[in-house]
Each structure stands twice: as C-alpha cells, then as structure tokens.
Write a protein that binds this ligand. Structure first.
Ligand SMILES: [Fe+2]
Ligand SMILES: [Fe+2]
Length: 143
C-alpha cells in the first residue's frame, strides 16, 4: 500500500472508530431510558445513524476496501459483518414496533387506570371536604 493510500486508510479508520463511539453512546442512552415515549424518537435516530454508518462502511473506499486491501484473507469476516447490517436494521425496526405496541397497549391501559384512580380519589375527598365543612358549619350554628 502506497503512503498516500495508507494515510487515507488511517483517516477512514479513524472516522469509523468515531462513529462506533457515537453509536455506542446512543445505545447506552436508549438502554438507560425507562420512558418508552422518549425511547421511540431515539430509535428513529438510531435507525438513521445506522443506515448512514453501514452505507459508509460498505461504500468503495470504506471499511470493506480498507480491510480487503490490507488483509484480503479476512474477506469472509467482512462478508459476515456486512450481512449483519441488514439484520440490525430489521432488529431496530422490530424494537420500534414493540415499543409502539407497548405504548398503545399496556402503557395506555396503565395511564387510563391511573387517570380513573385520580378521578375516583378526587370525588371521594371532595365528599369528605364537604362533610367536614358541613359539620363545622353545623357545630358553629348549633353552638
Ligand atoms: Fe461499524
Ligand atoms: Fe458494520
């Protein structure tokens, strides 16, 4: 590999390593998010980032080129990794659907139950408030 090609390969490698760091951080954020409605847009972001990242790796001059030029015996490993790209995009899509279903199903049910509890408790306590003020008024009136 000529010196200029080597320099280009190093630069490609550095930018891919940086993208890997960013993707790792995004995945950490997604996994640390307990609010599914917050997770949904993060999964959209992940899908977009991954599409772009995988396209960069697969493009001429990208990861595949760098590895095949410096380590041609690793071609089958590269093929395997590139095949995984499609699987990852499908997995992200499935996770996105699972989160949507959860929000529309179990999460919506829990929110409805919480709202019902709030209304019942408010009514119950309003009745008690009324009784308290009636009693107080009666007491004062009677005293
Ligand atoms: Fe990658
Ligand atoms: Fe990759």
């Amino acid at each position: 590999m000529a010196a200029s090609e080597k320099e280009k390969a190093i630069s490609t490698s550095e930018s891919l390593l940086e993208e890997h760091r960013e993707l790792r951080e995004l995945m950490e954020t997604i996994c640390a998010t307990s609010d599914l409605s917050v997770m949904l847009p993060l999964l959209d972001e992940l899908k977009d980032e991954l599409k772009e990242h995988f396209a960069t790796e697969e493009a001429p001059g990208g990861f595949g080129t760098v590895v095949s030029e410096s380590a041609p015996h690793k071609a089958s490993v590269v093929d395997h990794l590139f095949a995984e790209h499609k699987e990852f995009l499908i997995s992200v899509q499935r996770l996105h659907e699972a989160v949507e279903n959860c929000l529309a199903g179990p999460v919506a049910e829990v929110r409805t139950a919480a709202a019902l509890l709030k209304r019942r408790l408010r009514k119950h306590e309003a009745q008690e408030n009324e009784l308290l003020s009636d009693s107080l008024y009666t007491d004062l009136g009677g005293g």
